[in-house]
Design a protein around this ligand. Sequence first.
Ligand code: CTP
Ligand code: MG
Length: 171
Amino acid sequence: LIYPEMPKHSLVVLIGPSGAGKSTIARTWPASQILSLDALREVVSDDAGDQGATGDAVAALHLLLEARMRRRLFTVVDATNVTATAREPLVAAAKRHGMLSIAVVVATPGSVCIDRQGPRPANRTVPKDVVAQQHQAMVASHRTLKSEGFPEIVFSDSLCRLLPYLERLSG
Ligand code: CTP
Ligand code: MG
């Protein structure tokens, strides 16, 4: 996996549908620096796939994020984050503490994300139509990320290689 240097005082917001490879990318950083929504679903409900636990898991994530941003610690948020509504409180927490928000768009093709659901345990399988919808939302996000408060946007291909976004667009 190839990564650009990330500045120390950064909040990395992974963006991508289920199966895109977000957790695979997140795992290249130390575990203490990753706030994973799936892991927090498991913490609050004993089941990482319990969608009914999402509200409590998101509240826990926001609380932990605030604690880390206040300490100005490098942090990676591992959740789909495909909507501006999901991203807004993350950027706001970073901004409150003078942290740089970096969007990492995990732009794996929708068909690959769907194929990757196959071998997963039943409680972690996301339905095909939901994955397709998440993929569309991610694609639509590209246009608004700058104005949402992400001065840095990094693009990942399906092999989880991170490339500078503009380099990818011009190549
Ligand atoms: N994978 C792969 N090659 C990659 C990246 C991921 O084969 N370059 C595989 C992983 O091994 C995993 C699956 O694709 O089995 C999904 O990757 P994961 O990182 O778990 O995807 P997430 O985006 O984290 O999905 P979710 O939102 O459902 O947690
Ligand atoms: Mg994951």
